[in-house]
Write a protein that binds this ligand. Structure first.
Ligand code: ARG
Length: 249
C-alpha cells in the first residue's frame, strides 16, 4: 500500500514539470522578457518597461549593484542577447519580506535598450492600468525551476505557461491561502495545480495572454503547482502610479 502511494506520488511529480507545466518559448516571443544575473549567475526575472527601466520584484533585491546585470533579447539563459549593467534601483518603501507586501522594484540600466535593432527582438512592455478580471488568461514566463521533485532544475531555454486570474475570495479561502493574499497581490494559476511559476521565475512577467501587457510580477507561492496553492503575483495595475512615478522612461 505504501509502495503504491509512493509510485503515484513520483508519477504525479514527474508529470508536473516545466516552468511548471510549460513549454519552450520561441526566439522573439517575449521581447520584453529579461533575466538578472549576479556575477554572471542567473537569479531572477524582469520585464523591460522602458529603454532604461526593468520591472522586477523587491524580493529579488538582495545583492549589491556591483556585478548586477540584466540580459534581454534571448530565450537562452546562457547565451545571446544584450547585457546591461544595473546602475540603480528603486525598491518599494512598503516592501515587507515577511508578508511579501509591495513586492515590486524598478532596475535602471546604464545604457539604453535599443528597440529598433534587428539583431535582438527587444521591446518595452506596457504595464497594466486595470486589474485583469477573474478568468483572464495570463502567460507567465521565466527560467525558474521546472521540476520540484529533484532539487532545482533550472532550464536553459525560456519557459512559459498559460494560467488564469483567480478571484481573491477563492485564493484567500481556508483551503488556499487563508487571508495571506493582501492588497496589491493577485493570484494567477490553476486551483487544480499542475501549472505554475516556481523558484527562479520571481521578478519576471505575467502577461495578459496574446499581448505584451505585463499585469503581474512573479512573487510567491506555497511550493509550486500544488492543488489549492496557485502562484501569487504583484498586481501591476495596483502599483501603476508608483511605476509611472519612479521609472525614468
Ligand atoms: N519566490 C519565488 C522566486 O523567488 C517565486 C515563487 C513562485 N511560486 C509559485 N508557486 N508560483 O523565484
Amino acid at each position: 500500500m505504501k509502495i503504491l502511494l509512493l509510485i503515484c506520488l513520483s508519477l504525479s511529480q514527474s508529470y508536473a514539470n516545466k516552468i511548471i507545466g510549460g513549454q519552450n518559448a520561441d526566439e522573439g516571443q517575449f521581447p520584453s522578457m529579461a533575466l538578472q544575473t549576479n556575477l554572471g549567475s542567473f537569479f531572477c526575472g524582469g520585464t523591460i518597461i522602458s529603454e532604461y527601466d526593468v520591472l522586477s520584484a523587491a524580493h529579488c533585491d538582495r545583492i549589491s549593484l556591483t556585478g548586477h546585470q540584466v540580459v534581454a533579447g534571448t530565450t537562452k539563459r546562457l547565451s545571446g542577447g544584450v547585457v546591461k549593467a544595473v546602475v540603480g534601483k528603486v525598491v518599494h518603501s512598503a516592501y515587507d519580506s515577511s508578508t511579501f507586501s509591495s513586492d515590486i522594484m524598478i532596475l535602471r540600466v546604464e545604457h539604453a535598450f535599443r528597440f529598433n535593432d534587428d539583431r535582438f527582438p527587444l521591446t518595452a512592455a506596457p504595464f497594466a492600468i486595470d486589474r485583469p478580471a477573474e478568468g483572464t488568461p495570463i502567460t507567465v514566463a521565466g527560467w525558474g525551476d521546472t521540476d520540484i521533485s529533484s532539487g532545482q532544475t533550472i532550464p536553459t531555454d525560456l519557459q512559459y505557461v498559460v494560467v488564469s486570474v483567480i478571484a481573491d475570495d477563492t485564493c484567500n479561502s481556508a483551503a488556499a491561502y487563508n487571508g495571506s493574499v493582501l492588497d496589491g497581490m493577485i493570484c494567477m494559476g490553476d486551483m487544480a495545480g499542475g501549472i505554475d511559476s516556481c523558484q527562479g521565475d520571481s521578478g519576471g512577467p505575467a502577461y495578459i495572454t496574446g499581448t505584451d501587457v505585463v499585469a503581474g510580477i512573479t512573487s510567491w507561492g506555497y511550493g509550486c503547482a500544488l492543488e489549492n496553492k496557485p502562484g501569487v503575483y504583484t498586481d501591476v495595475a495596483y502599483f501603476s502610479d508608483w511605476i509611472a512615478l519612479y521609472m525614468i522612461g
